[in-house]
Design a binder for this molecule. Structure first.
Ligand code: AVI
Length: 323
């Protein structure tokens, strides 16, 4: 009875269900890391960002804390009004430093955070004006490109787009190229893109960030199986899977997998998936870039590199590209 109720709760043809089944029925199994972020996944990601091994957050935070005034000068160009559009704004803990610097420089801009989570946007609209009373904010809840279209329809002011947090790294190189090209299509001459990349560095350091000894990243990956159990009527036995992370210094691809620890069957709704012992599910890529890779990506997709902001250790870069 319970099962029937749960099954009816899964909308037939839901995108999540379709993507999960397509991934697990493929010859080489995969799941999309975009589904990591349910409420529990958000909490675990918060813990990841606090881990000492996960240097990315501190590095980008240092850039914004220490170099936002310079970034604001660069953004202001000829001083005309603009829209600052942030893709995947989250709680804006990093971008708040830039917002402060832009306000301090008395620039005329509206902050348009875009996020797929309505909850995130509502929080930003409620809390940011308490911290920055002069801020003009217009939150946009939805898909990046649909919301960009909406932002363009709202005003014809110059656009400055922020895409930080190394989120571009969660796309493989071909996807990143398509994404940047699509973004370029939405922008006009003199618009800017500020985009965060995690840099290629000592492979041990990169691997440690995605394979922490406390197992936080492991639970981040396994949580997607829990999510499938809860939302798609799955019966994964989580203890039958382990987390494996790899980094290839030649390509810069840091990948994570879940490994089936034995031969097993898993039901998801009416479908049954077979796993062989040691079979892997490809979960996520966190692509690392060299400066040459970044410039090549810019020029292949119609942008001109304008400036780079590094943290002191040069682990991370926020690149400023001009259309
Ligand atoms: C959100 N994204 C940039 C993170 C990253 O570093 O690829 C997600 C993550 N996965 C494991 N740890 C962190």
């Amino acid at each position: 009875m319970d099962t029937m109720i749960t099954k009816r709760m899964v909308p037939v043809g839901s995108q999540f269900l379709n993507d999960v089944l397509a991934g697990l029925q493929a010859e080489t199994k995969f799941l999309s890391s975009k589904y990591f972020y349910d409420e529990k996944g958000d909490q675990i990601f918060q813990q990841i960002m606090e881990m000492k091994e996960y240097y990315l957050t501190d590095s980008e935070m240092e850039i914004l804390q220490e170099q936002s005034a310079k970034l604001a000068t660069l953004i202001s160009l000829d001083g005309d009004a603009f829209d600052l559009i942030e893709l995947g704004a989250g709680d804006a803990t990093k971008s708040i430093h830039l917002l402060k610097a832009l306000l301090q420089a008395q620039l005329n801009f509206t902050y348009l955070p875009i996020d797929i989570s309505a909850h995130v946007i509502a929080d930003l609209e409620e809390n940011l004006p308490k911290k920055l009373p002069d801020l003009q904010i217009e939150g946009l809840n939805g898909d990046y490109f649909k919301m960009l279209e909406k932002a363009k329809a709202m005003s014809n002011r110059r656009k400055v787009v922020l895409f930080m947090g190394a989120n571009i790294g969660n796309m493989d190189l071909a996807e990143a190229e398509n994404f940047c090209r699509d973004l370029r299509e939405e922008l006009s001459p003199n618009d800017l893109l500020i985009i965060g990349f995690d840099l290629k560095k000592n492979p041990q350091q990169i691997l440690a960030a995605y394979n922490d000894p406390t197992g936080i990243t492991r639970s981040f990956n396994l949580n997607l199986l829990n999510r499938i159990n809860g939302e798609l009527d799955g019966d994964f036995n989580i203890s039958n899977f382990d987390h494996y992370a790899s980094y290839d210094p030649e390509t810069g691809a840091c990948k994570s997998y879940l490994i089936s620890l034995n031969d097993q069957r898993v039901n998801i709704g009416d479908e049954t998936i077979h796993f062989n012992k040691n079979e892997h599910i490809y979960m996520e890529i966190s692509q690392k870039y060299s400066l040459e890779d970044i410039d090549a990506l810019a020029s292949k997709t119609g942008f001109t590199p304008m400036h780079r902001f590094f943290d002191r250790q040069e682990y991370f870069v926020d690149a400023v590209w001009k259309v």
